[in-house]
Design a protein around this ligand. Structure first.
Ligand SMILES: Nc1ncnc2c1ncn2[C@@H]1O[C@H](COP(=O)(O)OP(=O)(O)O)[C@@H](O)[C@H]1O
Ligand SMILES: [Mg+2]
Length: 221
């Protein structure tokens, strides 16, 4: 489904270039649940951002459903993100002033879906994460675990093939973290591919495969 081949990535910092990913090759099959682990600063988020078409590699190749996205422009990358990918971040990234249902509707607003379909699909997504009774609560009136469930509903509302999650339990207590992982398992059982960064062993156990990143290189996968 996705394939990175000999990818390099560096960032400019002041007058020097910092190499972040060195010769990374990696394949992920449809339906897999993969955890990416490694020390802070090892390049996990950089790797995940490239996989999620939020950033591009400097060299090497990235095949998405068999097609190279190395030459894709910003609009083409945005189209892949909107059609095929759903994102979950450590800090939820919900809009504070609007309720859970309207937060979940946002990706469909961008995709030009009409109001009635938006309403039905947002409620269906909230039901999947067990929050249909919180549809009209604003984020501040929800717990951290509930906010992350709203963010997951938002990530799945356009029916993506792949869910990209960067430390999705990093801001949550242990009980909420396990609830989030059970939702991920349920999504995997429904056919989604999940690629998650975590530094917690207890959380990585929910994945079927662990990819260890250290100093910008893959150690085991
Ligand atoms: N946009 C950026 N500009 C400059 N340096 C960056 C940028 N993003 C990440 N880095 C650097 O790249 C390295 C890896 O970062 P990151 O991928 O965020 O690691 P991790 O998620 O494993 O903690 C770090 O040294 C970080 O400071
Ligand atoms: Mg990170």
């Amino acid at each position: 489904m996705i394939q990175l081949c000999n990818v390099f990535k560096s960032y400019q910092r002041g007058n020097s270039r910092v190499n972040v990913l060195h010769d990374v090759s990696l394949g992920i099959e449809s339906g897999e649940f993969v955890a990416i682990m490694g020390p802070s600063g090892s390049g996990k988020s950089t790797l995940l951002n490239i996989l999620g078409c939020l950033d591009t590699a400097d060299s090497g190749d990235y095949l998405f459903n068999g097609e190279s996205v190395m030459m894709a422009n910003e609009d083409e990358l945005a189209t892949i993100r909107n059609r095929s990918l759903g994102f979950v971040f450590q800090s939820f990234n919900l809009i504070p002033r609007i309720d859970a249902k309207r937060n979940v509707e946002l990706p469909m607003v961008y995709a030009g879906v009409n109001q009635e379909v938006r309403n039905n699909r947002a409620l269906a997504a909230l039901k999947i994460v067990g929050l249909e009774d919180r549809a009209h609560h604003i984020p501040a009136h929800l717990s951290g675990g509930q906010q992350q469930r709203v963010a997951i509903a938002r990530a799945i509302v356009n029916d993506p093939d792949i869910i990209i999650a960067d430390e999705p339990t990093g801001a949550l207590d242990s009980k909420s973290s396990h609830e989030i992982m059970k939702i991920f398992q349920q999504l995997q059982a429904a056919g989604k591919t999940i690629v998650m960064v975590t530094h917690e062993n207890e959380i990585a156990k929910y994945a079927q495969r662990i990819i260890n990143v250290d100093d910008g290189k893959i150690r085991t996968s």
